[in-house]
Design a protein around this ligand. Structure first.
Ligand SMILES: Nc1ncnc2c1ncn2[C@@H]1O[C@H](COP(=O)(O)OP(=O)(O)O)[C@@H](O)[C@H]1O
Ligand SMILES: [Mg+2]
Length: 326
């Protein structure tokens, strides 16, 4: 493991044991997150992005279970850590920002109280100092009129302001990793860019690492250093953002990029990927993308392609490339 690796996920598997059958939501996912980067996970709805991100601190609700893999955070396996020890990491070293800020905030407490409370729970400040820090944090998240807003209840704040409070809570303990799961999806388009910029600014200011989960390729292009493309519970490819957009390798990534408007090529037609995301109980044999893949070969129907490292620190799980390497 390289020195700058913060998080190392190996062969993570999360299954949901439902009455209808076993949902293999995450089925052998591996990746590294390096210190200081914005690492994005992109994929269609239902591809397993949220389950992956929640599994990192074992936040998987029943009937879900983490059935395999290792999650090394600064070298320690979070999957083997006692719950009590993990609770100290959750919200402190690893902080989450979810899509809907309303559900992350308690309607009964002021925003200032909720930021202060996070600091006292993890004992990074006592109450008196926590209150002082609240105003600084609200300034850091560019909250208008921070003194007034510290005393506001969630219902008195706009969606964008609420997300700023949630982000303030997430940075209050100076986390090593912020996991932001669709942090702008529930917000007005006009504030989405501001919130993304804020996340980037805070990453620098708080010297932290950001894992960004999104279905939006525009967001990915704007803020990411490296990107993991996920399809039906598996990694399709991992690349730095320039390589990914400049030269996508996996047929699924190529399809995804064709399915979004490109402002530089307005005349070009948008081509949606034919077919739909598979039923996660009866996933296709072999490569899960093969029924939708324009380049599918015989082997793709039979055997799951391994994630192979190729040039430039990229990896891809596709038989087109695995063959060339073997
Ligand atoms: N509580 C649950 N019970 C059963 N299946 C679930 C549950 N939560 C998630 N899943 C399944 O896991 C898969 C991945 O979900 P999720 O990670 O939320 O997708 P994404 O965040 O990429 O949209 C989906 O097929 C979903 O149906
Ligand atoms: Mg999700």
């Amino acid at each position: 493991m390289a020195d700058n690796t913060l998080l190392n996920v190996e062969e993570l598997k999360v299954y949901f044991y439902t009455y209808a059958g076993v949902v293999k939501a995450v089925d052998g996912v591996s990746f590294d997150v390096r210190r200081g980067e914005v690492f994005s996970i992109v994929g269609e709805t239902g591809s397993g992005k949220s389950v992956t991100s929640r599994a990192l601190t074992r936040l998987i609700p029943s009937p879900g279970r983490i059935v395999g893999g290792r999650i090394l955070f600064e070298g320690k396996n979070l999957l083997e850590m006692p719950e009590e020890e993990l609770r100290k990491i959750r919200g402190k070293d690893i902080a989450y920002i979810f899509q809907d800020p309303s559900s992350s905030l308690d309607p009964l407490f002021t925003s200032g109280y909720q930021i202060a409370e996070t600091m006292t729970v993890h004992a990074t400040a006592d109450w008196k100092n926590a209150w002082k820090r609240v105003i600084e944090i609200l300034k850091d998240v560019a909250m208008p009129d921070p003194h007034k807003r510290a005393k506001s209840y969630p219902h008195e704040l706009s969606g964008g302001m609420k997300q700023r409070v949630v982000i303030g809570i997430s940075v209050s303990n100076k986390p090593k990793l912020i996991i932001a799961d669709e942090p702008t999806t529930a917000l007005d388009v006009s504030v989405q860019a501001q919130i993304l910029k804020l996340l980037l600014d805070l990453r620098k200011k708080y010297d932290t690492t950001v894992m960004l989960i999104t279905h939006n390729l525009g967001v990915v292009a704007e803020v990411s250093d490296r990107v993991l493309v996920m399809y039906a519970g598996r990694v399709a490819e991992i690349a730095d953002v320039y390589s990914l957009f400049g030269e996508p390798l996996h047929p699924y990534t190529i399809g995804l990029l064709k399915a979004v408007p490109n402002p530089l090529k307005r005349i070009e037609r948008i081509e949606p990927i034919p077919g739909s995301v598979p039923d996660m109980i009866n996933v296709p044999s072999g490569c899960r993308f093969h029924p939708r893949c324009p380049k599918a070969m015989d082997i793709c129907k039979r055997e799951q392609p391994p994630l192979v490292q190729i040039r430039g620190g990229r990896s891809v799980a596709c038989w087109l490339y695995a063959e060339k390497n073997s």
